[in-house]
Design a binder for this molecule. Structure first.
Ligand code: ADP
Ligand code: MG
Length: 634
């Protein structure tokens, strides 16, 4: 068997493993049921890809997100490794062909959404495959205490029955102890080998500041730390506003949110990546896969929805190991805001029932039918038609998606029309030198009669079926033909797609998942409470609070977070005496507001306020009508 390090070098061009990768890979190759708990960016993919490449046979990968699967397949294919993904929205006959290819075509990786495992066809074919490993990516989805519970993940157990002798590797970055326990149980691990890397990051200083004027504090921080920064805000509008504010203060800034067009996203991202803009102001849509090493500050001016997401977002600071700051600016209005934003938008069971029923009538699905039918879907039109609040409706659809009642894809479906613009003989001459596309062109000509004379709508899926290739391959060929000026091509795109996975049974369908909906809503409440506890707890080291949440207990205080620093200062009387002296000296030069004092002296706010209080009590200073402080003897 080839050594893992050689595979790493040959396919990835990396010369060394990241922490824990090698032991995990060895455990997987040895056939152990293995649990890999590495932080985001820790290199989990290689932990199943390398063992799969080291052995004969195919690796089955379960992954929750279509976009992630597609990225992985693309990356592997690019390295010359055969991989395919079976997502929803593939017709039965295409599925049949793909699975055949998979068995006879020497594929090394088969990516599956957990819903696919429900299909008998898929189960039958998997039984015939020579499977060398089952990998469960984002394994926390299996636990109802995980951040992203997907009941369909429970299907994975089926795989174990289909391939009882094959070992499983579960991978996740979510380390909550009850989640880990759930995963091991649900996946039926025998003598699990659990590898866990500590999530402690010694270079990150977690800070929480109470600030009535958050914009002012932002400006202060960013003028002091002029290195790359990310600011997380609550919504799209704020991302623009805060960015504009910073620019008005001569701090270069750009913004990012899910509603921007792709070109704009790229443009803004590049400005930030290449440091032409110091600050990226973004919603939580920003960050997946961002690997900028020199981020100095990550500032949340609105509260995150959970400790899990906070840890991820804050963790984008200091990837290069240099000291970096993860700051939350809070004030008294945050608690209400965060509840409005995250708790008031949770759809109740009744509301989900309403949305589901309307969805079925919108697409004219009759009772008992609709299984695996796919429709083009325009979300805004749907909401308008039934007067649904878009955020509530969106969340209800997400719930239905997670619970495998429907599947939503934003991966745009192509509506294609084309016309051949060269005469017959030119086309056949062209095909003589392009043998690989001969069959596909001829299949198209046969299916669509007038295609030389006028633009004709074609069904790429049908052609793909007929020629036994993937739809994507057809699209690629058409684009090539267009480039070579053989055809004129029109690739229009629709909004989104919706696939009904279960037959329509109205309330019965939803009743089956009612308990899950309620439990998930409750989980959200618990998560918000944990965030509020984190920002309000001023006695335990912030690093310890975060890691404690993830079940890490035997660590020492970090010494650099806002709590640790305050403790150090409080324990250091000379420091307080020096601060007191500095304040008096400063006021000898004229009266000043508390903010001006803090800024001038670069002093911790709580101590400054405390000392000002003492000085007032001892009549050393007094407050003026304009709320500034002045020395009494002046
Ligand atoms: P995760 O799934 O844990 O978030 P990924 O598997 O997506 O992480 O890997 C994150 C990044 O780290 C990828 O760009 C990957 O190519 C890179 N990477 C993985 N292993 C190594 C390694 N041994 N050396 C250098 N880079 C690596
Ligand atoms: Mg990953």
């Amino acid at each position: 068997m080839e050594h893992p390090i050689n595979i790493l070098e040959r396919y990835w061009n990396f010369t060394a493993f990241k922490p824990q990768q090698e032991v995990i890979i060895q455990s997987v190759i040895a056939g152990e049921d293995t649990f890999a708990l590495l932080p985001t960016g820790g290199g989990k993919s290689l932990c199943y890809q390398i063992p799969a490449l080291a052995k004969e046979g195919i690796c089955i990968v379960i992954s929750p997100l279509i976009a992630l699967m597609k990225d992985q397949v693309k990356a592997l294919t690019h390295k010359g490794i055969k991989a395919m993904a079976l997502t929803s929205g593939i017709s039965y006959s295409e599925l049949d062909t793909l699975l055949d290819n998979c068995i006879y075509g020497n594929y090394k990786f088969l990516y599956l959404s957990p819903e696919r495992l429900q299909q008998e066809l898929v189960q039958d074919r998997i039984k015939q495959m020579h499977v060398n490993l089952i990998a469960v990516d984002e394994a926390h989805c299996i636990s109802q205490w995980g951040n992203d519970f997907r009941p369909a993940y429970k299907n994975i157990k089926l795989l174990r029955q289909l391939q009882p002798s094959v070992n499983v590797v579960a991978l996740t970055a979510s380390a909550k102890p009850n989640v880990v326990e759930d995963i091991v149980k649900e996946l039926d691990f025998i003598q699990p080998k659990i590898f866990k890397q500590s999530f402690f990051r010694s270079n990150l200083a977690y800070m929480v500041f109470h600030e009535d004027d958050k914009y002012f504090k932002l400006e202060t921080i960013l003028k002091k730390q002029t290195a790359p920064s990310i600011i997380y805000v609550r919504n799209r509008k704020l991302s623009r506003e805060v960015s504009a504010f910073l620019e008005s203060k001569n701090i270069t800034s750009t913004y990012y949110h899910g509603g921007l067009a792709n070109e704009e996203k790229d443009k803004h991202m590049n400005h930030w990546l290449h440091n032409t803009k110091q600050v990226m102001v973004a919603t939580n849509a920003f960050g997946m896969g961002i690997d900028k090493p020199d981020v100095k500050t990550v500032i949340h001016i609105n509260l995150p929805e959970s400790i899990e997401s906070y840890f991820q977002e804050a963790g984008r600071a200091g990837r290069n190991g240099d000291k970096a700051f993860c700051i939350i600016l809070k004030n008294n209005s945050d608690e209400v805001l965060v509840k409005n934003q995250f708790l008031k938008v949770l759809p109740t069971v009744d509301f989900v029932k309403q949305v589901y029923r309307k969805l079925c009538s919108y697409f004219q699905i009759s009772y008992g039918e609709g299984e695996y039918s796919t429709f083009d879907f325009n979300f805004n039109t749907f909401c308008k038609t039934y007067n649904f609040s878009s955020i509530l409706c969106y969340n209800a659809l997400l719930l239905l998606d997670r619970n495998s009642v429907i599947s939503l894809t934003k991966s745009f479906n192509n509506k294609v029309s084309l016309q051949f613009i060269v005469p017959n003989h030119v086309l056949f001459k062209y095909l003589e030198t392009h043998h690989d596309i001969d069959v596909i062109v001829k299949a198209t000509l046969r299916m669509y009669g007038g295609i030389f004379d006028h633009p004709t709508k074609i069904n790429t899926l049908k052609i793909a079926d007929k020629a036994s290739v993937t739809e994507q391959r057809i699209i690629n060929i058409l684009q090539q033909l267009e480039k070579d000026e053989i055809i004129s091509l029109n690739l229009a795109k629709t909004d989104a797609q919706i696939t009904f996975i279960e037959p329509r049974e109205d309330d019965k369908t939803i009743n089956r998942i009612a308990a899950i909906i309620e439990q998930q809503n409750q989980l959200k409440q618990i998560q918000i409470k944990a965030v509020l506890d984190y920002i309000n707890n001023d006695s335990i080291c912030k690093s310890l609070q975060l890691l404690g949440y993830f079940g890490e207990t035997n660590l020492k205080p970090c010494g650099i977070c806002s709590v640790c620093i305050n403790k150090k200062k409080a324990e250091d009387p000379t420091d307080l005496i020096a601060l007191r002296k500095s304040i008096i000296e400063l006021l000898e030069n004229g009266e000043r507001s508390s903010r001006a004092i803090i800024t001038c002296l670069n002093a911790p706010e709580s101590h400054t306020i405390e000392i000002l209080k003492q000085l007032l009590e001892h009549n050393i200073i007094s407050i003026t009508e304009t709320n500034t402080y002045k020395l009494c003897h002046l």
